[in-house]
Ligand binder design. Structure first.
Ligand SMILES: [Fe+2]
Length: 494
């Protein structure tokens, strides 16, 4: 009975998604990912025409569509959906995201992009964020929804490592760059002359320029802080609404200006202010709409990022105090972890891994031996050789470490590295005896850095090896303990 009620409730809150792609493997990957998450009802179409028919039979909350398809293209489908079903959010799939394409798809009403090859986390993240945004924008009272979702938001964000900005793939951690990108995208979206993002200080009631971009010429030629403009800004802050001013009254405003608020939660973060090219046509209502949808999306993304960062930093504080607690009894583990982290990151960089993987190694490296917290002193600090039973206890540390970080769902990738750092290429490692490429590549990198550091430092049971001897040892263990590519790369930088 209870189960039935639960199932019915699930049924009610499941959002409907349509996946349109002529290429079966991509379509299947997306459908499997979304279905496995259990949160969505998913239908498929192999081309634009079929998608149109699907809409005849049903309504969809979200559509994920390829751009390049035979017959009706993704852009044509997007246009059709905007006309017939403006309520559906559309995410476009592309292999080659250029700014022109982004701008033209946003103008046609797409909410986001997936760039091939995309990863599953990114797909789920984008689907989740746009469905939630849709819910928020259609709600009568934004405040009510935010209150209701506050707890849910935190949980959702905890599980997300990446935050995707519109047309800002792989956005760096730096907020300044993100503001610059938003300004730049705004200029292109509505053919503006100059765009500034100003943060608002509630206490002093002043505006501070955060980013400023001009379509041509030097940004220093433009003042976006004149008295006339500030009057408009203050009005936007007060009314919490975007304004479009077409006027020849004041040279700082004429002929056309759009100004829109940037909100975080229910508070004003600042404003986006954009001017039309002088002595030319004015902004249209449609331009205002474009800027409005851009600032709303930017606000939501910034909100997620800020929330994520605050949670992330408090989680990291907790973890570093855990590591220090190991240090209290065993200095080797902490110093070793620091060196291994540095080396693993250097190695991954030399192998041209993306920055987000290197960031994962920073966390996993520091935490890889955290499971040793559960190993008794008599074993951990034993100067002599370990007995078989003692060795079995030591061998539990990757699993214990993995369990320690398990509740922190945002460390999913790092958890796998911690769990697998003692797996061996030939399958003879622990805890699972994974073989070759089944071992996550970042764990294979960490394993090489870990072994090299252990060999080249004094241990209670043996003195440090020379660098040459340790390199020899690495080479001898290629294809046995280590991934050959990783060892090759490491020897190059050693
Ligand atoms: Fe270890």
């Amino acid at each position: 009975m209870i189960r039935k009620a639960h199932a019915e409730q699930n049924q009610k809150i499941q959002k409907k998604i349509l996946v349109v792609d002529d290429y079966l493997p991509t379509r299947k990957l997306i459908i499997d990912t979304l279905t496995t998450s259990g949160n969505y009802r998913v239908d498929e179409a192999e081309n634009g025409q079929q998608a149109v028919h699907r809409f005849d039979e049903s309504d969809y909350d979200l559509v994920i569509s390829d751009i390049m398809m035979p017959g009706m293209s993704g852009m044509d489908l997007l246009h059709w959906i905007r006309e017939k079903n403006p309520g559906a959010a559309v995410i476009m799939i592309t292999g080659n995201p250029t700014t022109d394409l982004t701008v033209s798809a946003i103008k046609k009403g797409a909410v986001d992009f997936l760039t091939k090859p995309f990863d599953i986390d990114e797909l789920l993240y984008k689907v989740d964020i746009h469905l939630r945004q849709k819910e928020m924008l259609s709600a009568q009272s934004m405040r009510d929804i935010l209150e209701q979702n506050r707890i849910k938001d935190t949980t959702v964000e905890l599980s997300k490592r990446s935050y995707i900005y519109d047309a800002i793939e792989d956005a760096p951690m730096d907020n300044d760059v993100i503001f610059e990108k938003i300004a730049e995208l705004s200029l292109q979206l509505v053919d503006g002359e100059i765009c500034a993002i100003l943060l608002y200080d509630d206490a002093s009631r002043e505006f501070h320029v955060k980013a400023i971009r001009a379509s041509k010429g030097d940004v220093r030629d433009h003042s976006m802080q004149s008295a006339a403009l500030k009057m408009v800004y203050n009005e936007v802050i007060e009314r919490r609404e975007a304004v479009l001013v077409n006027s020849n009254d004041h040279p700082d405003v004429s002929p056309s200006l759009i100004c829109a608020p940037l909100m975080i939660r229910n508070a004003i973060l600042g404003i986006l202010s954009i001017r039309k090219k002088k002595n030319r046509e004015v902004f249209s209502k449609r331009d205002l709409h474009h800027i409005l949808s851009l600032t709303k999306r930017a606000s939501l993304n910034l909100e997620n990022k800020i929330l994520y960062e605050s949670i992330y930093s408090s989680v990291m504080d907790t973890l570093s105090s855990l590591i220090s607690s190991i240090q209290a009894r065993d200095c080797y583990t902490e110093e070793h972890s620091m060196r291994v982290t540095r080396e693993a990151m250097r190695l991954a960089r030399s192998m041209k891994f993306p920055e987000k993987d290197i960031e994962s190694l920073r966390i996993a490296g520091m935490l890889h031996d955290i499971g040793k917290i559960a190993v008794p002193d008599s074993i951990l600090l034993k100067p002599g050789k370990l007995s078989e039973e003692e060795y079995l206890i030591i061998k539990n540390h990757p699993t214990i470490g993995e369990n320690i970080v398990k509740p922190i769902i945002l460390l999913e990738k790092e958890r796998r590295i911690i769990q697998c750092h003692h797996e061996r290429w030939d399958g003879s490692g622990y805890p699972h005896g994974l073989k070759g490429p089944d071992i996550p590549v970042l764990a294979r990198i960490l394993a090489v850095a870990d072994a090299y550091d252990a060999m080249t430092n004094n241990r209670p049971y043996r003195p440090a090896m020379s660098r040459e001897r340790a390199i020899e040892e690495l080479i001898q263990n290629v294809n046995v303990q280590f991934d050959p590519d990783v060892v090759n790369a490491y020897i190059k930088i050693l």
